[in-house]
Design a protein around this ligand. Structure first.
Ligand code: ZN
Ligand code: ZN
Length: 266
């Protein structure tokens, strides 16, 4: 048992993942309330004091909602890049009291027994990142809040045994839906969110490049512009159109909005 992962919440109204090793547990984002995070950790037999820190992808509220209270109450180290830190100065009430540890994108830093690498994604915040967590040869990669899959993202995804990949929306539902035009343009742009189809294409490419056993978790689903069954089926359809089929070495689950996932162990 090297690495483990559990989604405490995933979707456009709040993102918070628990990941790590036997010795080191971190949150990737804290986009639900500190109370909810505490309750969900408790359901896993854990408490906030068991965490070694929180990795922050970017400053949008669905990723940072709980950090003010969590960091004030438990003094957890917060890991982020400098552009995100600058945004938090105005967004967070207790910013001056936070234990902030800055990292550089595309570099690897050590967090106890974990190697953590933040890589740039393509999104309309100051400097959004995805994270790769590695211990021994096991690797977890989170790639959400990105309008497109760059070469660097592709590289990280391809090497991951557990891949948390955004399947945010169905393009047709989004185009026909009630969102204002500017918001539709934002989501559809290269700096918005990944569609179900784009997620399928990225996964197909990763599998074609490296047929290692992998578990995929479709994440950050939109409440308005997606349905869980549709996200899953669209990704499977894209794969099957390229003769890639689900089996014991390629499993796809979906992270439900406002519901904890099971615990995945690598
Ligand atoms: Zn965002
Ligand atoms: Zn988001």
């Amino acid at each position: 048992m090297t690495l483990r992962f559990c989604s405490l919440s995933s979707g456009s109204s709040g993102n918070c993942y628990l990941a790590g090793s036997d010795r080191t547990l971190v949150l990737v984002d804290a986009g639900i309330s500190a109370r909810q995070i505490t309750e969900r950790l408790k359901a896993l037999g854990l408490k906030p004091e068991d965490l070694s820190g929180i990795l922050i992808t970017h400053e949008h509220s669905d990723h940072i909602k709980g950090i003010d209270t969590l960091s004030k109450k438990y003094h957890l180290p917060l890991y982020m890049n400098s552009a995100t830190e600058e945004q938090l100065r105005t967004l967070c009430k207790y910013h001056s009291e936070m234990d902030i540890r800055l990292f550089e994108n595309s570099g690897t830093f050590r967090l106890r027994d974990l190697d953590v690498r933040a890589f740039s994604v393509s999104h309309d915040a100051a400097d959004t990142v995805g994270f790769a967590l590695q211990k021994d040869s096991a690797k977890i990669c989170t790639a959400t809040d990105t309008g497109c899959v760059t070469e660097e993202i592709m590289e990280e995804l391809t090497e991951a045994d557990l891949m948390i990949l955004e399947a945010n929306h169905d393009e047709e539902i989004l185009k026909m839906g009630r969102y204002p035009w500017f918001l539709k343009q934002r989501i559809l742009s290269d700096f918005g969110h990944l569609s179900n189809e784009a997620a399928g294409l990225a996964l197909a490419e990763a599998v074609a490049q490296d047929p290692r056993p992998r578990q995929v978790l479709l994440a950050h689903l939109s409440k308005e512009n997606n349905f869980p069954e549709m996200a899953w089926q669209t990704v499977v359809n894209v794969l099957e159109s390229r003769r890639i089929y689900l089996n014991d070495d390629l499993r796809i689950d979906l992270l439900k909005r406002d519901e904890m996932s099971g615990v995945y162990v690598l």
